[in-house]
Design a protein around this ligand. Structure first.
Ligand SMILES: Cc1ncc(COP(=O)(O)O)c(C=O)c1O
Length: 306
């Protein structure tokens, strides 16, 4: 989803696949007065171009960003707001990290690892901010793990390069781990993690070896989500469930080795808007599309030459 605000007049370009998979999220936005358009759409020039290049595509965050920017820059009084990737969004989300740090201190707990899902990287960047500070200063040696979908593996299979932040190539370039701004991920149900690139700050930290990344297939993510819901009574968002999956895996490793470890993970959202995805999982209709090396190479070949 990408969004432009002007007072109460809000136009939202919601990634088409999320528009269809998350009807209740869409209706919440409409209830509060947003005008929601599935992206890519024929209502913008860039949307038309994207649809011409990728007929029938169910879209991506990169496409929605391009359309929102076009509307914002061509409509008097409109502003464009990006909800992830950029430094100010990570800074905003560092409240999560500061609160986590304070809570852990209060209970005298030192984490061994901190795990978060990574789409554009904002929740993870915010969560790890104070812990990374201590790690960089040499005061602690936490394991910090980004978890991404196997269908959109920007960290684990992407390249570290200058790339456009959006599919329509209207936004500035950023140096980041990327699958290429032309890469349109499969319609995975964790819509918030379907972004071709990754925050520049996290990309630098990953490239410097200060954090790790893993990618996980979506059916395993939903198995972990269901397990978590049954044990904790909290129904997690598919995006958050990526972190849960790896937190459970790490806990199971501890069980095997007999080591006691403190595992912190970010629970970013509720799954109540994602019951279509849960329904698919329960009915055995969920698949695990993983891009081939050839698909990724074709996308890398279109990276801007800088
Ligand atoms: C519930 C939820 N968690 C996580 C994310 C991932 O975004 P980011 O990597 O920017 O934190 C999203 C994105 O839309 C989301 O909706």
């Amino acid at each position: 989803m990408a969004c432009s605000y002007f007072g109460l007049d809000c136009k939202v370009f919601m990634v088409k696949v999320s528009y269809e998979q998350k009807p209740f999220r869409r209706e919440v936005m409409r209830t509060y007065g947003a005008n929601v358009t599935p992206s890519p759409s024929m209502s913008t020039e860039i949307g038309k171009k994207i649809l011409e290049a990728h007929p029938g595509t169910t879209g991506s965050l990169g496409c929605a960003i391009s359309e929102a920017v076009e509307v914002a820059t061509s409509t008097p009084g409109y502003r464009y707001v990006l909800g992830s990737v950029l430094n100010q969004v990570l800074l905003h989300q560092s409240v999560i990290g500061l609160e986590t740090e304070a809570a852990l201190k209060k209970y005298d707990i030192v984490p061994d690892m901190i795990i978060g899902c990574a789409g554009g990287g904002s929740n993870l960047g915010g969560l790890i901010a104070p812990f990374m500070r201590e790690k960089i200063k040499g005061n602690a040696n936490y394991r910090i793990i980004a978890v991404e979908p196997a269908s959109c593996p920007s960290f684990t299979r992407g390249v570290y390069a200058y790339d456009f932040c959006d599919t329509g190539m209207v936004c500035p370039l950023a140096k980041m781990y990327t699958l290429g701004s032309n890469f349109i991920p499969a319609p995975n149900h964790a819509g918030g993690l379907r972004y071709h690139g990754m925050s520049s700050v996290l990309s630098q930290l990953y490239d410097d070896g200060l954090m790790e990344a893993v990618s996980v297939p979506q059916t395993e993510v939903f198995e972990a989500a269901e397990r978590f819901a049954r044990v904790e009574g909290i129904l997690p968002a598919p995006e958050s469930s990526h972190a849960i999956k790896v937190a459970i895996d790490e806990a199971l490793k501890c069980k095997e080795t007999g080591e006691a470890k403190n595992i912190v993970f970010g629970l970013t959202g509720t799954g109540y808007f994602d019951m279509v995805a849960y329904e698919k999982f329960h009915d055995g209709l969920m698949d695990d599309y993983i891009p081939t090396d050839a698909e990724l190479q074709a996308s890398f070949a279109q990276l801007p030459k800088v």
